[in-house]
Ligand binder design. Structure first.
Ligand code: 5AD
Length: 383
């Protein structure tokens, strides 16, 4: 049965499935569950990349601290302009995303959240990395409702190999922040990259089981896309290990961090096909979650990728509203979709894609049903 009780063995078998006819039953089940549980409305979330500064050195990411790239941080006025655009165009949610920018002051974020709520009444999602407990509490009190923080992989050794920062608390730290976000009262989102070097089908199976265990409200996953100016963008295989290529480590501009991780004949490919399986299985395992068709999918296959994900379990699109002049600087991976567009064009494209598959844009905040049930539960207990 294709339902939320799928066993790890069944999840793994679906991830490895290649038979087109059998796969069609997976797509159909995910699409049916999506329709029954969250409906035909495609939820639009306006994405604003408010800063590309970052304190961390994640080996895959194009805005990692040590990469030489022009850095920017948007002003409050610029962010409010984006909020105004969202409001004018009927978007109910604004997502404020940034690198782990410690210069992004907690007070600034709190005031900006408050201003967006007061002036435009938008629902606010934050995606600002691992921040201190008091910051997360403060932003919730300021009126932010949701928080996105991908755990990237549930394999602790692979996680550690990808995130070498001395002050990072590893996978365990990441998961505990996710649990804290839930306690603080956020609607919580997470997700993974698909096809990271060294990532196996068994790893990905555990990622999906962890989505279910964490009872996530939002699940965003996309293919890993190598960026040539990062250690993971230049790998070679030596003695059964993925390693940062010697070219990269000899290069003056190269990283002081290197990657070393065992290769496997169980390697997950970084393709949209695998991503669609993860999207479909995420829907089946977490039927009430909000699941976006992500920008990385659109980067591999523009319109087709977007629409396929929406037809295989996804119900959210996050059109980029970042001012055009900043977009090329938020280059977490190369050829990122919509880099050279303005907000108007990006939004119109999303609306067209939704219409082309016979769906319609949602109205209102569109919180996950799991979240609404949880909030109702808490207030019942408090009464
Ligand atoms: N390829 C694909 N996704 C990436 N991300 C960061 N770098 C890359 C890359 N090279 C994803 C991470 C992060 C999100 C904001 O972008 O999953 O959480």
């Amino acid at each position: 049965m294709l339902d939320a009780d799928l066993s790890p063995q069944e999840i793994a078998a679906w991830l490895r499935e290649t038979n087109e006819e059998r796969l069609q039953t997976l797509w159909d089940a995910a699409d049916r569950i999506r329709r029954e549980r969250v409906g035909d409305a495609a939820r639009l979330r306006g994405l604003v990349e408010i800063s590309n500064r970052c304190a961390r050195n994640c080996l895959y990411c194009g805005v990692r601290a040590e990469r030489r790239v022009e850095r920017y941080r948007m002003t409050q006025t610029e962010i409010l302009e984006c909020a105004k655009f969202a409001k004018k165009n009927g978007l109910a949610t604004l997502v404020l995303q940034a690198g782990e920018d410690r210069t992004l002051d907690a007070g600034f974020v709190a005031e900006t959240v408050r201003a967006i709520r007061d002036d435009f009444g938008l629902t606010i999602t934050l995606s600002l990395g691992e921040r201190t407990d008091s910051e997360l509490v403060r932003w919730k009190e300021a009126g932010a409702l949701r928080y996105l923080l991908r755990f990237e992989t549930s394999n602790p050794a692979l996680y550690a190999a990808l995130h070498p920062d001395v002050d990072g608390a590893g996978l365990e730290g990441r998961i505990s922040v996710l649990k804290r976000l839930r306690e603080i009262g956020y609607e919580v989102g997470s997700g993974v990259m698909i096809g990271i070097p060294g990532q196996t089908f068994d790893d990905l199976t555990r990622d999906l089981a962890l989505f279910r265990e964490l009872d996530l409200d939002m699940i965003g996953s996309g293919p890993f896309l190598p960026h040539s100016e990062t250690p993971l963008g230049a790998l070679e295989i030596r003695d059964g290990y993925w390693e940062t290529s010697s070219f990269q480590s000899e290069n003056a501009a190269a990283s002081r961090f290197t990657f070393r991780y065992p290769t496997s004949n169980d390697q997950v490919p970084n393709t949209n096909d695998l991503t669609f399986k993860v999207v479909a299985l995420s829907r089946i395992l977490c039927p009430d979650a909000n699941i976006p068709s992500t920008t990385a999918v659109a980067t591999l296959d523009g319109s087709g990728g977007r629409k396929s994900a929406l037809s295989r379990g996804a119900n959210v699109i996050m059109p980029n509203l970042t001012p055009t002049k900043y977009r090329r600087l938020y280059e977490i991976y190369p050829n990122k979709a919509a880099t050279f567009e303005d907000a108007e064009t990006t939004l119109q494209t999303a609306l067209r894609q939704i219409a082309e598959i016979g769906r319609f844009p949602g109205v209102g905040p569109g919180s996950s049903k799991r979240f609404l049930a949880r909030v109702a539960d808490v207030s019942k207990r408090e009464r």
